[in-house]
Design a protein around this ligand. Structure first.
Ligand code: AHR
Length: 508
């Protein structure tokens, strides 16, 4: 029998700002993410603007997508940007050896990506090639993108049809350097990151926020070594000059092992809870990596960028194993909501995060049918939409009391996850009931400000594996929630089993 939980929230004690960039996305040259997902080409019967799918752009604009990471992933360390500029029919081909061993024709390159970002009104996050590229190549890519005058690279960009430089705020230095990005030792990579960062220059008013390829999971040694690599550059310990401004972290949720990750739709109740417990682990990982970073950067000037996260299941049956196409259920939605609670709690350190990946790959927002072209919004998409109020809001501490737990993989998993934020006269509370069977009641004990209006929405479905298809676009979609009553301390709220609920508050 479930107890009534309580969430105490001091609405008048705002904490760190939740950067909207933790709601960022990732698009790699992988399977049908770029080709078929974003890019259909100008001659496609699918409505497009200069080759870019209009329906995908509209769906992502509705999420207020803040940034997009490209071109990888592992692909980034194989990518040579000069192959992706100039007339499309003259671009060299290459083998995409990481993802399906297919031939890449470079139809989607720098200009197409920057056009996509402009259509999306999203900030570009370009991942530079450290693994197989040269320092000069990276330096010239930055110059090509961001320089205004008649420098050689700016002139080349103009010759390819773009007069004005673009603004590129985020710059990645390699990817998974411990693995597909070169199988480097961290000491070796730390030196390379300093070197590549040095030659990734700020041109004109464009200031790069450089992100060095970071650790996977709980590899604290990687984070520690990158942080320590600044040490000899520090003049004033409070303001050390840094060649890069952030380090990254990658963490994927699965219920099995890398060899057999678990199925996206056919899973047991135990696997549901395993997925929730492993998603919940993100909070612990952020605490541990942040603690290491605090040692070298107590004022939290260096960012932690979780630029790959999300569920990774076995590929859908009958699809190319190298294309990482998977279905997306209500379970994926709650994995996402649990991650966002962790990102909000760590807002002081976590400056950006990018779910992997936006369209047709891993935990996607959007799936497109390869034959009909039909577009499906996934349950995960709806969590991003319901959480838009957290963008650039101030995190609020949520003190949870009397939350039931369940033992999963030897640790206690709280069955309610929550976070909250405030922005001016609005607040947003996010609540996930991770319990498969039990409806719960929670008292929102709201202190410090008067609530003058509210709206409650719920995302759930009868089955744990519910998902959206072209035939049933809204099998999992948010609806208005009427399970809310006033309470002497605020509200009493019904949290249906396996549901995600948001409460938007108007404050005075
Ligand atoms: O997102 C898929 C792959 O996962 C990325 O290319 C790589 O960085 C990670 O291993």
């Amino acid at each position: 029998m479930a107890t009534t939980a309580t969430a105490i929230i001091d609405l008048d004690v705002p904490g760190a700002t939740i950067s909207r960039h933790v709601y960022g996305h990732f698009a790699e040259h992988l399977g049908r993410c770029i080709y078929g997902g974003f890019w259909v080409g100008e001659d496609s019967p699918i409505p497009n603007v200069r080759g870019i799918r209009s329906d995908v752009v509209a769906a992502l604009r509705a999420l207020q997508i803040p940034n997009l990471r490209w071109p990888g992933g592992c692909f980034a360390d194989d990518y040579h940007w000069r192959d992706g500029i100039g007339p499309r029919d003259q671009r060299p081909r290459m083998v995409n050896s990481h993802w399906g061993d297919v031939v890449e024709d470079n139809a989607f390159g720098t200009h197409e990506f920057m056009d996509l970002c402009e259509l999306l009104d999203a900030a570009p996050y370009v991942s530079g090639n450290v693994g197989s590229g040269t320092v000069q190549e990276m330096s010239e890519w930055v110059e090509y993108l961001t320089r205004a005058d008649d420098s050689p690279m700016a002139a080349l960009r103009r010759a390819n049809g773009r007069d004005e430089p673009w603004r590129v705020p985020f710059w990645g230095l390699g990817n998974e350097a411990w693995g597909c990005g070169g199988n480097l030792r961290v000491e070796q990579f730390a030196s390379l990151a300093r070197q590549y960062a040095t030659y990734s220059r700020n041109h004109g008013g464009n200031e790069l926020y450089r992100v060095a390829a970071g650790a996977s999971d709980a590899d604290l040694h990687w984070t520690e070594t990158l942080m320590r690599s600044f040490d000899d550059l520090a003049a004033d310990p409070a303001e050390p000059p840094r060649p890069f401004q952030a380090v990254s972290l990658h963490y994927y949720t699965m219920t099995g092992t890398w060899g057999d990750k678990g199925d996206a739709t056919e899973f047991s109740t135990d696997e549901w809870y395993t997925a929730m417990a492993r998603a919940h682990r993100m909070d612990e990982l952020l605490t541990r990596h942040s603690t290491v970073m605090d040692r070298y950067d107590p004022h939290r000037k260096v960012g932690l960028v979780v630029d790959e996260w999300g569920t990774w299941w076995n590929v859908a049956k009958g699809t190319n194993p190298g294309f990482l196409y998977q279905q997306n259920t209500l379970r994926d939605a709650l994995v996402a909501s649990v991650h966002f609670d962790a990102f909000h709690r760590h807002a002081e350190r976590v400056v950006m995060a990018n779910i992997a990946q936006t369209v047709n790959v891993l935990q996607a927002m959007i799936l497109t049918d390869p034959d009909s072209g039909a577009l499906v919004l996934t349950p995960t998409y709806h969590v991003f939409a319901m959480n838009a109020g957290h963008h650039d809001a101030s995190a609020l501490a949520v003190h949870l009391r009397d939350v039931d737990t369940r033992t999963v993989e030897g640790a206690e998993l709280p069955l309610v996850s929550a976070s909250a934020s405030v922005k001016g006269d609005s607040a947003l509370v996010s609540l996930s009931n991770l319990d498969v069977d039990t409806d719960r009641t929670i008292v929102l004990d709201l202190r410090g400000r008067d609530v003058v209006g509210y709206e409650v929405r719920v995302l759930t479905a009868p089955a744990l594996d519910a998902h959206n298809t072209p035939e049933r676009l809204d099998a999992v979609a948010p609806t208005a929630h009427d399970g809310v009553r006033s309470h002497p301390r605020g509200f009493e709220l019904d949290l249906p089993a396996h549901s995600y609920v948001t409460v938007s508050l108007d404050l005075r």
